[in-house]
Write a protein that binds this ligand. Structure first.
Ligand SMILES: [Fe+2]
Ligand SMILES: [Fe+2]
Length: 185
């Protein structure tokens, strides 16, 4: 029986998000009406904004200093390039020039990024597991953040980059400081 979202550990949760977005992009490919295409593209963009937020606020900072540095740095850049396309797509209507092309290129960029995260042995998730991160605690923190992020983005907040010109890049170098499980007396 499939695991419920509430029971998943951090990696299972992030992978479930990946599968969901892949399904949406697949449906977009098959869609023919502009209204349907737009609904699907916007759904993919929303899911991706929430997903990149929980990774960047919780999972990536927990990985910082514990896994390969370049892999993590590249992941932030991949997120930011995706976010720039996401913000463009969200502001467009499907009859505009390059709409389909932007959605297609976004889906391909995400496919590559997901592979870097999920790759066996040297992928980000595999390295994080090998480093002994507490995947249950991270899952709880991500579930909590996911709920607030969903509200923020459903209210229309655009995706925010961290590593591009003018950004506070320090936020992409943060290390996660975990609160002690039991409060000190
Ligand atoms: Fe991811
Ligand atoms: Fe990611």
């Amino acid at each position: 029986m499939a695991q419920s979202y509430e029971e998943m550990d951090a990696v299972a949760m992030l992978k479930a998000d990946h599968r969901k977005v892949e399904d949406i992009f697949e449906a977009f490919e098959k869609a023919t009406s502009p209204a349907k295409k737009q609904a699907l593209a916007q759904q993919a963009c929303l899911e991706l904004k929430v997903h990149t937020t929980i990774e960047e606020d919780i999972f990536y900072p927990a990985c910082r200093g514990k896994i390969e540095e370049e892999l993590l740095d590249e992941a932030y850049i991949e997120h930011d390039s995706a976010k720039m396309l996401i913000n463009e797509i969200e502001a467009m209507s499907p009859d505009e020039d390059f709409y389909d092309a932007k959605v297609k290129v976004l889906s391909e960029a995400i496919e590559h990024h997901v592979e870097e995260e999920e790759k066996r042995a040297e992928g980000m998730f595999a390295q994080a597991r090998a480093a002994g991160l507490d995947m249950d605690a991270l899952a709880d923190a991500m579930r909590t953040r996911k709920a607030t992020a969903m509200e923020e983005f459903q209210a229309g907040k655009p995706a925010k980059t961290r590593t591009m010109e003018g950004d506070d890049v320090e936020s992409a170098k943060a290390t996660r400081t975990e609160e002690p499980a039991i409060a000190p007396n």
